[in-house]
Design a protein around this ligand. Structure first.
Ligand code: ZN
Length: 203
């Protein structure tokens, strides 16, 4: 296969990118100076070499000597609250709002309504994490923080069903974020004020 087709195939695997757009990316790169392509190739290689996944929250972070990210390592992080979010960019948005100081878990995706659950949705790992936190007695609240759309609602109710047996009888609240967000809002695009309000009004 020629390099243009091969690269287009790779781009077509990106979320939301169709075949035609993938081809456009490949041609765009051909028009850029070779220095740009070299820089891109270098950064792609570095992604694998310098970024690690946190064993506790599954977030990607710049590699250090430990296998925990700075939030999971930080003594000031309130481990009694665990916020479950869909993706890494949601973490950035919540951090930026400065209205939350608890722990996180990145689910990796939303639970689909019809198809089989894709392997990158980490419900098994989440269950393990919650079991660990319940056994140590540290966990007091689980916040489900998903976008206010059909898939977010579905993920919210599915997780409640999945986690219920583990938290039942223990003194753990399960709350949902988003009552302050308007319908259709994606967590990723919420501003800090809205997020702060949604957090205060979680139920
Ligand atoms: Zn972490």
């Amino acid at each position: 296969m020629d390099p243009i087709s091969k690269l287009s195939e790779l781009f077509a695997e990106f979320p939301g990118i169709g075949e035609r757009q993938a081809k456009r990316f490949a041609y765009y790169l051909l028009r850029k100076p070779s220095g740009f392509r070299k820089e891109l190739a270098l950064q792609l290689a570095e992604l694998g070499d310098r970024i690690a996944q946190c064993v506790d929250c599954k977030r990607f972070f710049e590699k250090t000597t430990t296998d925990l990210c700075e939030t999971c390592r930080n003594m000031n992080t309130d481990k009694s609250v665990l916020m479950i979010i869909e993706k890494d960019t949601d973490y950035d948005v919540v951090r930026k709002s400065r209205s939350y100081n608890g722990a996180y878990f990145v689910l990796g995706g939303m639970i689909p309504i019809l198809e089989k659950q894709p392997s990158y949705v980490r419900t098994g790992e989440l269950l393990e994490r919650i079991k660990k936190d319940t056994e140590s007695g540290v966990l007091k609240e689980i916040i489900l923080a998903f976008s206010l759309n059909t898939q977010g609602d579905h993920t919210d109710s599915e997780l409640r069903r999945i986690l219920e047996p583990t938290v039942v009888g223990k003194d753990i609240r399960m709350t949902s974020l988003g009552r302050g967000l308007s319908t259709g809002t994606e967590l990723e695009y919420s501003d800090s004020k809205t997020l702060e309000y949604a957090l205060k009004n979680r139920q």
